[in-house]
Design a protein around this ligand. Structure first.
Ligand code: NDP
Length: 484
Protein backbone atom coordinates (compact mmCIF):
# COMPACT_ATOMS: atom_id res chain seq x y z
CA UNK A 1 0.00 0.00 0.00
CA UNK A 2 1.61 3.25 -1.15
CA UNK A 3 1.01 6.62 0.43
CA UNK A 4 -1.15 8.76 -1.86
CA UNK A 5 -2.20 5.59 -3.67
CA UNK A 6 -5.31 5.93 -5.82
CA UNK A 7 -8.06 3.48 -4.96
CA UNK A 8 -9.82 2.73 -8.22
CA UNK A 9 -12.94 0.73 -8.94
CA UNK A 10 -12.73 -2.98 -9.68
CA UNK A 11 -14.99 -3.86 -12.59
CA UNK A 12 -14.88 -6.95 -14.81
CA UNK A 13 -11.63 -8.00 -13.14
CA UNK A 14 -9.80 -4.73 -13.88
CA UNK A 15 -8.92 -1.73 -11.76
CA UNK A 16 -10.49 1.19 -13.62
CA UNK A 17 -10.76 4.95 -13.25
CA UNK A 18 -14.18 6.29 -12.28
CA UNK A 19 -15.99 7.53 -15.42
CA UNK A 20 -16.19 11.07 -14.04
CA UNK A 21 -12.46 11.03 -13.22
CA UNK A 22 -13.12 12.36 -9.71
CA UNK A 23 -11.46 11.26 -6.45
CA UNK A 24 -12.01 11.97 -2.77
CA UNK A 25 -9.29 12.29 -0.17
CA UNK A 26 -9.02 9.25 2.07
CA UNK A 27 -8.14 10.54 5.54
CA UNK A 28 -6.18 8.62 8.16
CA UNK A 29 -8.20 9.20 11.36
CA UNK A 30 -5.15 9.01 13.63
CA UNK A 31 -3.45 11.92 11.85
CA UNK A 32 -6.36 13.79 10.30
CA UNK A 33 -4.40 13.84 7.01
CA UNK A 34 -5.16 12.45 3.56
CA UNK A 35 -2.97 9.45 2.83
CA UNK A 36 -4.63 8.15 -0.33
CA UNK A 37 -7.45 8.94 -2.69
CA UNK A 38 -10.59 6.99 -3.41
CA UNK A 39 -12.73 6.99 -6.56
CA UNK A 40 -15.73 9.31 -6.28
CA UNK A 41 -17.91 7.26 -8.60
CA UNK A 42 -21.49 7.73 -9.74
CA UNK A 43 -24.31 5.91 -11.50
CA UNK A 44 -22.25 5.53 -14.70
CA UNK A 45 -19.74 3.39 -12.85
CA UNK A 46 -22.56 1.34 -11.33
CA UNK A 47 -23.87 0.79 -14.91
CA UNK A 48 -20.50 -0.60 -15.96
CA UNK A 49 -20.45 -2.86 -12.91
CA UNK A 50 -23.97 -4.11 -13.67
CA UNK A 51 -22.95 -4.96 -17.24
CA UNK A 52 -19.92 -6.90 -15.96
CA UNK A 53 -21.89 -8.68 -13.24
CA UNK A 54 -24.68 -9.60 -15.65
CA UNK A 55 -22.23 -11.05 -18.14
CA UNK A 56 -20.38 -13.04 -15.45
CA UNK A 57 -23.60 -14.43 -13.96
CA UNK A 58 -24.29 -16.71 -16.93
CA UNK A 59 -21.20 -18.84 -16.24
CA UNK A 60 -20.70 -18.33 -12.52
CA UNK A 61 -24.24 -19.39 -11.63
CA UNK A 62 -23.64 -22.65 -13.51
CA UNK A 63 -20.13 -23.26 -12.15
CA UNK A 64 -20.03 -26.37 -9.98
CA UNK A 65 -20.25 -25.70 -6.24
CA UNK A 66 -16.96 -27.55 -5.75
CA UNK A 67 -15.19 -25.13 -8.10
CA UNK A 68 -16.75 -22.04 -6.52
CA UNK A 69 -15.72 -23.43 -3.16
CA UNK A 70 -12.14 -24.01 -4.31
CA UNK A 71 -11.76 -20.40 -5.49
CA UNK A 72 -13.26 -18.91 -2.32
CA UNK A 73 -11.01 -21.07 -0.15
CA UNK A 74 -8.08 -19.72 -2.15
CA UNK A 75 -9.30 -16.15 -1.44
CA UNK A 76 -9.35 -17.01 2.28
CA UNK A 77 -5.83 -18.46 2.12
CA UNK A 78 -4.49 -15.36 0.38
CA UNK A 79 -6.03 -12.96 2.89
CA UNK A 80 -4.48 -15.08 5.63
CA UNK A 81 -1.12 -15.02 3.86
CA UNK A 82 -1.34 -11.21 3.76
CA UNK A 83 -2.79 -10.81 7.25
CA UNK A 84 -0.13 -8.30 8.33
CA UNK A 85 -0.71 -6.14 5.27
CA UNK A 86 -4.51 -6.27 5.57
CA UNK A 87 -4.39 -5.59 9.32
CA UNK A 88 -2.14 -2.58 8.93
CA UNK A 89 -4.29 -1.20 6.11
CA UNK A 90 -7.45 -1.61 8.21
CA UNK A 91 -5.84 0.08 11.21
CA UNK A 92 -4.61 3.07 9.18
CA UNK A 93 -7.93 3.45 7.34
CA UNK A 94 -10.25 3.23 10.37
CA UNK A 95 -8.11 4.33 13.34
CA UNK A 96 -8.69 1.01 15.11
CA UNK A 97 -5.79 -0.49 17.09
CA UNK A 98 -3.50 -2.59 14.93
CA UNK A 99 -3.82 -5.43 17.45
CA UNK A 100 -7.62 -5.48 17.04
CA UNK A 101 -7.38 -5.58 13.25
CA UNK A 102 -4.96 -8.51 13.57
CA UNK A 103 -6.99 -10.54 16.03
CA UNK A 104 -10.56 -9.66 15.02
CA UNK A 105 -11.19 -7.99 11.67
CA UNK A 106 -8.92 -9.83 9.30
CA UNK A 107 -9.22 -13.34 10.80
CA UNK A 108 -13.01 -12.91 10.63
CA UNK A 109 -12.80 -12.02 6.94
CA UNK A 110 -10.79 -15.21 6.38
CA UNK A 111 -13.36 -17.20 8.38
CA UNK A 112 -16.26 -15.71 6.39
CA UNK A 113 -14.78 -16.92 3.09
CA UNK A 114 -13.92 -20.36 4.51
CA UNK A 115 -17.31 -20.80 6.14
CA UNK A 116 -19.41 -20.06 3.05
CA UNK A 117 -16.97 -21.79 0.69
CA UNK A 118 -17.57 -25.02 2.59
CA UNK A 119 -21.23 -24.40 3.52
CA UNK A 120 -22.25 -24.68 -0.14
CA UNK A 121 -20.85 -28.23 -0.20
CA UNK A 122 -23.22 -29.34 2.56
CA UNK A 123 -26.61 -27.94 1.61
CA UNK A 124 -29.79 -29.97 1.40
CA UNK A 125 -33.08 -29.37 -0.34
CA UNK A 126 -36.55 -30.00 1.03
CA UNK A 127 -38.97 -32.52 -0.48
CA UNK A 128 -42.70 -32.60 0.28
CA UNK A 129 -44.84 -35.56 -0.68
CA UNK A 130 -48.49 -34.70 -1.35
CA UNK A 131 -50.23 -38.01 -0.56
CA UNK A 132 -51.13 -39.88 -3.73
CA UNK A 133 -51.10 -36.66 -5.76
CA UNK A 134 -47.66 -35.20 -6.26
CA UNK A 135 -44.07 -34.98 -5.24
CA UNK A 136 -42.54 -31.53 -4.52
CA UNK A 137 -38.95 -30.52 -4.23
CA UNK A 138 -37.34 -27.12 -3.71
CA UNK A 139 -34.55 -25.61 -5.77
CA UNK A 140 -32.48 -22.84 -4.15
CA UNK A 141 -31.15 -20.89 -7.11
CA UNK A 142 -28.89 -17.84 -7.24
CA UNK A 143 -30.89 -14.64 -7.71
CA UNK A 144 -28.64 -12.68 -10.08
CA UNK A 145 -26.75 -9.53 -9.10
CA UNK A 146 -26.46 -8.71 -5.40
CA UNK A 147 -25.79 -5.14 -4.20
CA UNK A 148 -23.74 -5.13 -1.00
CA UNK A 149 -23.40 -1.91 1.00
CA UNK A 150 -21.36 -1.75 4.19
CA UNK A 151 -20.23 0.77 6.84
CA UNK A 152 -16.84 1.97 8.08
CA UNK A 153 -16.56 0.43 11.53
CA UNK A 154 -15.61 -3.16 10.56
CA UNK A 155 -14.86 -2.68 6.87
CA UNK A 156 -13.51 -6.02 5.65
CA UNK A 157 -15.23 -8.03 8.40
CA UNK A 158 -18.69 -6.85 7.29
CA UNK A 159 -18.09 -6.63 3.55
CA UNK A 160 -16.74 -10.20 3.43
CA UNK A 161 -19.71 -11.35 5.52
CA UNK A 162 -21.84 -10.26 2.55
CA UNK A 163 -19.57 -11.00 -0.41
CA UNK A 164 -18.73 -14.57 0.66
CA UNK A 165 -22.30 -15.97 0.85
CA UNK A 166 -23.53 -13.89 -2.10
CA UNK A 167 -20.98 -15.25 -4.57
CA UNK A 168 -20.62 -18.68 -2.94
CA UNK A 169 -24.18 -19.58 -3.93
CA UNK A 170 -23.64 -18.42 -7.51
CA UNK A 171 -24.68 -14.77 -7.60
CA UNK A 172 -22.46 -12.03 -8.90
CA UNK A 173 -21.96 -8.95 -6.75
CA UNK A 174 -21.48 -5.21 -6.75
CA UNK A 175 -20.04 -4.06 -3.45
CA UNK A 176 -19.82 -0.52 -2.10
CA UNK A 177 -17.63 -0.05 0.95
CA UNK A 178 -17.91 3.13 2.98
CA UNK A 179 -15.93 5.85 1.23
CA UNK A 180 -14.32 6.55 4.62
CA UNK A 181 -12.68 3.11 4.74
CA UNK A 182 -12.15 1.70 1.23
CA UNK A 183 -8.61 0.32 1.53
CA UNK A 184 -9.15 -3.33 2.48
CA UNK A 185 -11.88 -3.71 -0.16
CA UNK A 186 -9.28 -2.58 -2.67
CA UNK A 187 -6.78 -5.14 -1.33
CA UNK A 188 -9.48 -7.82 -1.42
CA UNK A 189 -9.96 -7.21 -5.16
CA UNK A 190 -6.24 -7.83 -5.73
CA UNK A 191 -6.53 -11.08 -3.83
CA UNK A 192 -9.66 -12.16 -5.72
CA UNK A 193 -7.89 -11.62 -9.03
CA UNK A 194 -4.90 -13.64 -7.79
CA UNK A 195 -7.20 -16.43 -6.57
CA UNK A 196 -8.68 -16.78 -10.06
CA UNK A 197 -12.16 -15.45 -9.33
CA UNK A 198 -13.66 -15.02 -12.81
CA UNK A 199 -13.92 -11.45 -14.06
CA UNK A 200 -17.15 -9.69 -13.12
CA UNK A 201 -18.13 -12.03 -10.28
CA UNK A 202 -17.11 -9.40 -7.73
CA UNK A 203 -17.17 -5.73 -8.68
CA UNK A 204 -16.36 -2.94 -6.24
CA UNK A 205 -17.57 0.60 -6.92
CA UNK A 206 -16.19 3.22 -4.54
CA UNK A 207 -17.82 6.51 -3.67
CA UNK A 208 -20.45 8.13 -1.51
CA UNK A 209 -23.79 6.77 -0.40
CA UNK A 210 -25.92 9.32 -2.29
CA UNK A 211 -23.96 8.77 -5.54
CA UNK A 212 -23.05 5.07 -5.56
CA UNK A 213 -25.20 3.53 -2.80
CA UNK A 214 -28.38 5.09 -4.17
CA UNK A 215 -27.48 4.06 -7.75
CA UNK A 216 -27.18 0.46 -6.52
CA UNK A 217 -30.43 0.42 -4.53
CA UNK A 218 -32.43 1.96 -7.39
CA UNK A 219 -30.93 -0.10 -10.23
CA UNK A 220 -33.61 -2.42 -11.65
CA UNK A 221 -31.12 -5.17 -12.49
CA UNK A 222 -29.78 -5.47 -8.94
CA UNK A 223 -32.53 -7.54 -7.35
CA UNK A 224 -30.96 -8.33 -3.99
CA UNK A 225 -29.69 -5.73 -1.53
CA UNK A 226 -27.79 -6.49 1.65
CA UNK A 227 -27.21 -3.31 3.63
CA UNK A 228 -25.42 -2.69 6.92
CA UNK A 229 -25.37 0.84 8.29
CA UNK A 230 -27.34 3.39 10.26
CA UNK A 231 -31.10 3.27 10.76
CA UNK A 232 -31.74 6.58 8.96
CA UNK A 233 -29.88 5.36 5.86
CA UNK A 234 -31.58 1.97 6.19
CA UNK A 235 -34.95 3.68 5.88
CA UNK A 236 -33.82 5.37 2.62
CA UNK A 237 -32.60 2.02 1.30
CA UNK A 238 -35.94 0.39 2.15
CA UNK A 239 -37.82 3.22 0.42
CA UNK A 240 -35.69 2.89 -2.72
CA UNK A 241 -36.05 -0.89 -2.88
CA UNK A 242 -39.76 -1.27 -2.08
CA UNK A 243 -41.22 -0.07 -5.42
CA UNK A 244 -38.82 -2.37 -7.29
CA UNK A 245 -39.75 -5.38 -5.09
CA UNK A 246 -36.14 -6.11 -4.24
CA UNK A 247 -35.21 -8.69 -1.67
CA UNK A 248 -33.64 -6.65 1.13
CA UNK A 249 -31.73 -7.38 4.29
CA UNK A 250 -31.13 -4.44 6.63
CA UNK A 251 -28.65 -4.65 9.52
CA UNK A 252 -29.00 -1.31 11.29
CA UNK A 253 -28.12 0.58 14.45
CA UNK A 254 -28.36 -0.38 18.10
CA UNK A 255 -28.58 0.99 21.64
CA UNK A 256 -27.81 -2.25 23.35
CA UNK A 257 -28.51 -3.03 27.01
CA UNK A 258 -25.86 -4.75 29.11
CA UNK A 259 -27.53 -6.09 32.27
CA UNK A 260 -25.53 -7.09 35.36
CA UNK A 261 -27.38 -8.90 38.14
CA UNK A 262 -25.95 -8.94 41.66
CA UNK A 263 -25.56 -12.72 41.45
CA UNK A 264 -23.18 -12.44 38.48
CA UNK A 265 -19.51 -13.35 38.58
CA UNK A 266 -18.54 -9.69 38.93
CA UNK A 267 -14.96 -10.15 37.74
CA UNK A 268 -16.20 -11.69 34.49
CA UNK A 269 -19.01 -9.14 34.19
CA UNK A 270 -16.62 -6.20 34.61
CA UNK A 271 -14.04 -7.57 32.17
CA UNK A 272 -16.76 -8.41 29.65
CA UNK A 273 -18.51 -5.08 30.09
CA UNK A 274 -15.35 -3.02 29.61
CA UNK A 275 -14.85 -4.88 26.35
CA UNK A 276 -18.46 -4.60 25.20
CA UNK A 277 -18.49 -0.89 26.05
CA UNK A 278 -15.25 0.25 24.44
CA UNK A 279 -13.99 -2.29 21.88
CA UNK A 280 -13.14 -0.53 18.62
CA UNK A 281 -13.69 2.81 20.46
CA UNK A 282 -17.32 1.79 21.03
CA UNK A 283 -17.87 1.78 17.27
CA UNK A 284 -19.38 -1.69 16.96
CA UNK A 285 -23.11 -1.90 16.39
CA UNK A 286 -23.19 -4.62 19.09
CA UNK A 287 -21.46 -2.58 21.81
CA UNK A 288 -23.44 -2.42 25.05
CA UNK A 289 -23.85 1.32 25.50
CA UNK A 290 -26.50 1.15 28.27
CA UNK A 291 -25.19 -0.69 31.32
CA UNK A 292 -27.76 -1.61 33.98
CA UNK A 293 -26.51 -2.90 37.35
CA UNK A 294 -28.62 -4.34 40.19
CA UNK A 295 -28.57 -1.83 43.03
CA UNK A 296 -26.94 -4.06 45.65
CA UNK A 297 -23.89 -4.51 43.38
CA UNK A 298 -24.01 -1.03 41.81
CA UNK A 299 -21.35 0.81 43.82
CA UNK A 300 -18.88 -2.04 43.75
CA UNK A 301 -19.41 -2.53 40.01
CA UNK A 302 -19.08 1.17 39.15
CA UNK A 303 -15.88 1.64 41.19
CA UNK A 304 -14.21 -1.41 39.68
CA UNK A 305 -15.52 -0.69 36.18
CA UNK A 306 -14.08 2.84 36.31
CA UNK A 307 -10.78 1.50 37.62
CA UNK A 308 -10.46 -1.08 34.84
CA UNK A 309 -11.56 1.33 32.11
CA UNK A 310 -9.08 3.98 33.26
CA UNK A 311 -6.27 1.53 32.49
CA UNK A 312 -7.19 1.34 28.78
CA UNK A 313 -4.44 3.04 26.83
CA UNK A 314 -5.63 5.62 24.32
CA UNK A 315 -2.93 5.97 21.72
CA UNK A 316 -1.57 5.74 18.21
CA UNK A 317 -3.44 2.85 16.56
CA UNK A 318 -0.17 1.59 15.11
CA UNK A 319 1.38 1.21 18.57
CA UNK A 320 0.95 -2.43 19.63
CA UNK A 321 0.24 -1.32 23.22
CA UNK A 322 -2.77 0.82 22.26
CA UNK A 323 -6.19 -0.34 23.46
CA UNK A 324 -8.18 2.63 22.16
CA UNK A 325 -7.35 4.15 18.78
CA UNK A 326 -8.87 7.02 16.85
CA UNK A 327 -12.50 7.87 16.05
CA UNK A 328 -13.21 7.37 12.34
CA UNK A 329 -13.61 11.04 11.33
CA UNK A 330 -14.25 14.56 12.55
CA UNK A 331 -18.01 14.34 12.04
CA UNK A 332 -18.19 11.28 14.27
CA UNK A 333 -15.94 12.93 16.87
CA UNK A 334 -18.21 16.00 16.87
CA UNK A 335 -21.24 13.75 17.32
CA UNK A 336 -19.64 12.12 20.36
CA UNK A 337 -18.82 15.53 21.88
CA UNK A 338 -22.39 16.67 21.24
CA UNK A 339 -23.81 13.71 23.17
CA UNK A 340 -21.38 14.13 26.07
CA UNK A 341 -22.54 17.78 26.37
CA UNK A 342 -26.16 16.70 26.06
CA UNK A 343 -25.73 14.07 28.79
CA UNK A 344 -24.51 16.77 31.17
CA UNK A 345 -27.46 19.02 30.30
CA UNK A 346 -29.73 16.05 30.99
CA UNK A 347 -28.28 15.77 34.50
CA UNK A 348 -25.62 13.14 33.86
CA UNK A 349 -22.36 12.99 35.83
CA UNK A 350 -19.17 12.25 33.90
CA UNK A 351 -17.31 9.79 36.10
CA UNK A 352 -14.49 9.10 33.62
CA UNK A 353 -13.25 10.70 30.40
CA UNK A 354 -15.51 13.26 28.75
CA UNK A 355 -12.99 15.44 26.93
CA UNK A 356 -10.48 15.14 24.11
CA UNK A 357 -7.07 13.89 25.37
CA UNK A 358 -4.29 16.50 25.28
CA UNK A 359 -1.73 14.76 23.16
CA UNK A 360 -1.21 11.28 21.82
CA UNK A 361 2.16 11.65 20.09
CA UNK A 362 3.79 13.82 17.45
CA UNK A 363 2.33 11.82 14.53
CA UNK A 364 -1.22 11.93 15.90
CA UNK A 365 -1.39 15.61 16.86
CA UNK A 366 -4.28 16.35 14.49
CA UNK A 367 -6.03 12.99 14.85
CA UNK A 368 -9.56 12.36 16.10
CA UNK A 369 -9.34 10.91 19.60
CA UNK A 370 -11.83 10.59 22.43
CA UNK A 371 -11.26 8.65 25.66
CA UNK A 372 -13.54 5.98 27.15
CA UNK A 373 -16.28 7.94 28.88
CA UNK A 374 -18.61 6.77 31.65
CA UNK A 375 -21.77 8.66 32.56
CA UNK A 376 -23.97 7.98 35.58
CA UNK A 377 -27.06 9.54 37.20
CA UNK A 378 -29.12 9.85 34.02
CA UNK A 379 -32.82 9.04 33.74
CA UNK A 380 -33.47 5.90 31.65
CA UNK A 381 -35.67 7.70 29.15
CA UNK A 382 -33.39 10.66 28.31
CA UNK A 383 -32.01 11.18 24.79
CA UNK A 384 -28.50 10.07 25.80
CA UNK A 385 -30.00 6.73 26.78
CA UNK A 386 -32.11 6.40 23.65
CA UNK A 387 -30.06 7.62 20.69
CA UNK A 388 -27.14 5.78 19.15
CA UNK A 389 -23.86 7.60 19.87
CA UNK A 390 -21.54 5.05 18.25
CA UNK A 391 -18.46 6.01 20.23
CA UNK A 392 -16.64 5.23 23.50
CA UNK A 393 -19.45 6.61 25.67
CA UNK A 394 -21.66 4.53 27.95
CA UNK A 395 -24.16 5.17 30.72
CA UNK A 396 -24.58 3.14 33.92
CA UNK A 397 -27.96 2.97 35.67
CA UNK A 398 -29.03 1.03 38.77
CA UNK A 399 -32.14 -1.18 38.90
CA UNK A 400 -34.03 -2.99 41.67
CA UNK A 401 -35.57 -6.08 40.09
CA UNK A 402 -35.81 -8.26 37.01
CA UNK A 403 -39.09 -6.89 35.72
CA UNK A 404 -37.89 -3.31 36.00
CA UNK A 405 -34.67 -3.92 34.08
CA UNK A 406 -36.45 -5.82 31.30
CA UNK A 407 -38.65 -2.74 30.91
CA UNK A 408 -35.55 -0.52 30.75
CA UNK A 409 -33.85 -2.81 28.25
CA UNK A 410 -36.84 -2.79 25.92
CA UNK A 411 -37.53 0.93 26.28
CA UNK A 412 -35.82 1.91 23.01
CA UNK A 413 -36.67 1.87 19.33
CA UNK A 414 -33.69 -0.42 18.74
CA UNK A 415 -33.46 -4.19 19.20
CA UNK A 416 -30.09 -5.43 18.01
CA UNK A 417 -28.26 -7.22 20.84
CA UNK A 418 -28.08 -7.49 24.63
CA UNK A 419 -25.90 -9.04 27.31
CA UNK A 420 -27.06 -10.53 30.60
CA UNK A 421 -24.66 -11.35 33.44
CA UNK A 422 -26.02 -13.75 36.06
CA UNK A 423 -25.16 -17.12 37.59
CA UNK A 424 -28.83 -18.03 37.96
CA UNK A 425 -29.68 -20.23 35.00
CA UNK A 426 -33.45 -19.87 35.36
CA UNK A 427 -33.13 -16.12 35.39
CA UNK A 428 -30.91 -16.20 32.30
CA UNK A 429 -33.59 -18.14 30.38
CA UNK A 430 -36.42 -15.91 31.65
CA UNK A 431 -34.70 -12.64 30.81
CA UNK A 432 -33.41 -13.86 27.41
CA UNK A 433 -36.96 -14.80 26.44
CA UNK A 434 -38.36 -11.37 27.31
CA UNK A 435 -35.73 -9.08 25.82
CA UNK A 436 -36.55 -7.67 22.40
CA UNK A 437 -33.19 -8.08 20.66
CA UNK A 438 -32.01 -10.29 17.82
CA UNK A 439 -29.16 -11.67 19.93
CA UNK A 440 -28.96 -12.18 23.70
CA UNK A 441 -25.54 -13.02 25.13
CA UNK A 442 -25.48 -14.60 28.59
CA UNK A 443 -22.20 -14.17 30.49
CA UNK A 444 -20.37 -13.24 27.29
CA UNK A 445 -20.26 -10.70 24.48
CA UNK A 446 -19.45 -10.84 20.76
CA UNK A 447 -19.25 -14.60 20.66
CA UNK A 448 -20.21 -14.95 17.03
CA UNK A 449 -20.70 -18.47 15.71
CA UNK A 450 -21.04 -18.06 11.95
CA UNK A 451 -23.91 -20.58 11.85
CA UNK A 452 -26.33 -18.61 14.01
CA UNK A 453 -28.97 -16.22 12.66
CA UNK A 454 -27.82 -12.62 13.00
CA UNK A 455 -29.89 -9.45 12.79
CA UNK A 456 -31.98 -6.96 14.67
CA UNK A 457 -35.57 -6.38 15.75
CA UNK A 458 -37.52 -3.11 15.58
CA UNK A 459 -35.42 -0.22 14.16
CA UNK A 460 -32.30 -2.39 14.23
CA UNK A 461 -33.17 -4.13 11.03
CA UNK A 462 -35.18 -6.44 8.87
CA UNK A 463 -34.25 -10.03 8.10
CA UNK A 464 -31.43 -12.26 9.26
CA UNK A 465 -28.07 -13.18 7.81
CA UNK A 466 -25.50 -15.74 8.96
CA UNK A 467 -25.24 -19.45 8.26
CA UNK A 468 -28.31 -20.99 6.66
CA UNK A 469 -30.15 -17.63 6.79
CA UNK A 470 -27.54 -16.06 4.50
CA UNK A 471 -27.66 -18.98 2.07
CA UNK A 472 -31.43 -18.63 1.91
CA UNK A 473 -31.33 -14.84 1.62
CA UNK A 474 -29.04 -14.92 -1.38
CA UNK A 475 -31.03 -17.65 -3.19
CA UNK A 476 -34.52 -17.97 -4.59
CA UNK A 477 -36.53 -20.96 -3.38
CA UNK A 478 -38.41 -22.53 -6.26
CA UNK A 479 -40.97 -25.27 -5.77
CA UNK A 480 -41.09 -27.98 -8.45
CA UNK A 481 -44.29 -30.01 -8.23
CA UNK A 482 -44.46 -33.32 -10.13
CA UNK A 483 -47.76 -35.14 -10.39
CA UNK A 484 -47.75 -38.83 -9.42
P1 NDP B 1 -24.35 4.83 7.16
O1 NDP B 1 -25.75 4.39 7.24
O2 NDP B 1 -24.06 6.29 7.12
O3 NDP B 1 -23.62 4.22 5.90
C1 NDP B 1 -23.60 2.84 5.62
C2 NDP B 1 -23.30 2.64 4.15
O4 NDP B 1 -24.42 3.13 3.40
C3 NDP B 1 -22.10 3.43 3.66
O5 NDP B 1 -21.42 2.67 2.69
C4 NDP B 1 -22.75 4.66 3.07
O6 NDP B 1 -21.95 5.31 2.13
C5 NDP B 1 -23.98 4.06 2.42
N1 NDP B 1 -25.05 5.00 2.12
C6 NDP B 1 -25.25 6.25 2.60
N2 NDP B 1 -26.37 6.81 2.06
C7 NDP B 1 -26.89 5.87 1.22
C8 NDP B 1 -28.04 5.84 0.36
N3 NDP B 1 -28.89 6.86 0.27
N4 NDP B 1 -28.27 4.72 -0.34
C9 NDP B 1 -27.45 3.64 -0.24
N5 NDP B 1 -26.34 3.63 0.54
C10 NDP B 1 -26.06 4.72 1.26
O7 NDP B 1 -23.62 4.14 8.39
P2 NDP B 1 -22.16 4.38 8.89
O8 NDP B 1 -21.19 4.08 7.78
O9 NDP B 1 -22.09 5.69 9.57
O10 NDP B 1 -22.02 3.19 9.97
C11 NDP B 1 -22.44 3.28 11.26
C12 NDP B 1 -23.81 2.70 11.44
O11 NDP B 1 -23.84 1.35 11.02
C13 NDP B 1 -24.26 2.67 12.89
O12 NDP B 1 -25.59 3.09 12.99
C14 NDP B 1 -24.13 1.21 13.26
O13 NDP B 1 -24.96 0.83 14.32
C15 NDP B 1 -24.50 0.55 11.99
N6 NDP B 1 -24.00 -0.81 11.96
C16 NDP B 1 -24.88 -1.86 12.07
C17 NDP B 1 -24.43 -3.16 12.11
C18 NDP B 1 -25.38 -4.32 12.20
O14 NDP B 1 -24.95 -5.45 11.93
N7 NDP B 1 -26.63 -4.14 12.56
C19 NDP B 1 -22.99 -3.47 12.07
C20 NDP B 1 -22.17 -2.30 11.95
C21 NDP B 1 -22.66 -1.03 11.91
P3 NDP B 1 -20.86 6.44 2.52
O15 NDP B 1 -20.68 6.42 4.00
O16 NDP B 1 -19.67 5.98 1.79
O17 NDP B 1 -21.41 7.72 2.04
Amino acid sequence: MKTNAKIRNFIAGQFVEPVGGKYLDNIEPATGKAYSQVADSDSRDVELAVAAAEKAFANWSRTAAAERSRILLRVADLIERDLEKFGRAESIDTGKPLSLAHILDIPRAVANFRFFATAILHTESEAHITDGVAFNYTLHQPRGIAGLISPWNLPLYLLSWKIAPAIAVGNTAIAKPSELTPMTAFLLCEVCAEAGLPNGVLNVVHGTGPNVGAAITTHPKIGTISFTGGTVTGRKVAEACAPLFKKVSLELGGKNPNIVFADADLDAAITGSVRSSFANQGQICLCGSRVFVERSAYKDFVDRFIDKTSKLKVGDPLDEKTDQGAIVNKAQLDKIKFYVDLAQKEGGKITLGGSVPKSINERCQSGYFFPPTIITDLPVSCRTNREEIFGPVITITPFDNEEEVIGYANDTEYGLASSVWTQNLNRAHRVAEKIHTGTVWVNCWLVRDLRVPFGGMKASGVGREGGEEALRFFTEPKNVCIAK
